[in-house]
Ligand binder design. Sequence first.
Ligand SMILES: *Cc1c(COP(=O)(O)O)cnc(C)c1O
Length: 391
Amino acid sequence: MFEPPDRLKQLPPYLFAEVDRRKRELIAKGKDVIDLGVGDPDLPSPDFVIQALSDAAKDPANHRYALDAGMPVFRKTITQWFHKRFGVRLDPDKEVLPSIGSKEAIAHLPLAVLNPGNVALIPDPGYPVYNSATLFAGGEPYRMPLLESNDFLPDLGSLEEPLLKRAKLLYINYPNNPTSAIASKDFFVDVVRFAKKHQILVAQDAAYCEVGFDGYRAPSILEINGAKDVCVEFHSLSKTFNMTGWRVGFVAGNPQVLSLLAKVKSNIDSGIFQAVQIAAKTALESGEAWFQNNLAIYQRRRDLVARRLSEIGFKFTPPKATFYCWLPVPPGYTSSELAVRFLEDMSLVVTPGNGFGKYGEGYFRISLTVPDVRIEEAMSRIEKSHKHSHS
Ligand SMILES: *Cc1c(COP(=O)(O)O)cnc(C)c1O
């Protein structure tokens, strides 16, 4: 009676299901499993933000339905933060829209801008939501390979005219999950020019824009001249402030697109709990010092992984941004085989690259969201197993 509808049948199989199952089995058997697969910060949200939430939650004025478009004070703070961070001015009434985490806005955007049959250009490997959201809206995803030889940027020049005629939406994501690649402002200039030429909306996922190392600060695509004509950008407090469970982010950019998205959202959700908006406002206003400290923790872990892996003999470029390391699979294994071997031999969970699309084959991802001592332990296990297999 409850057969899945075609819409759900179109979704690719969940490739991590088998790894998840084996992981649970091993834990049940008492194995000391280290999970380097999760993309979720291990450290707590900032105390001052929790305090702001707690205070706001006690105010009955915050207990009612929130405005769909977000609290005006929150929208204003977002525009102030945006100006300070990127030098870009946004109209708080029209050019920002708070969202229930960025995933929610990413997922609803195709319903706001695509007709059935329209093409959305999506990165491969990539965050799976671009694909599923396109399918839910009746759109047709076209997977653009992100190749190491092109610094994990899509080769827009290789896309052909008949495809571009049907394309209405282009998802990009820099700093990138899963490859940890970054994009220069020059690349964003090319993207904006491409979008204007072919009348395509750019949806840039900036979930990791604050996670940069060695002083690297990722640009916003909205810094590019004319970008507001053809771009929206997704931001999130999740990765920046260890607030994944709070569900708060925002979209910035083209006012027409934001009003279409707001229309979709107003028929689905009823805003973000006001206490969460007030806490998020506090994070954006006074989170800088806290956040620099948090960043230093990831950077230390990154350096630890880079040093240990190079000692072991893994060739890999340490990430300049995001909390992921994207590593080539050693010869003789597929991504899935390597993930199974890591799990069975070393009780280590890593994410096989093909789970993010076929161009992720040949890579695996490890996440820096585990404590230093556990990273040390994971690296020792890899070293032991590596020595063993070479003796
Ligand atoms: C984590 C993540 C998001 C979504 O984060 P939210 O918690 O929904 O804000 C979006 N894009 C990418 C690439 C991510 O890794």
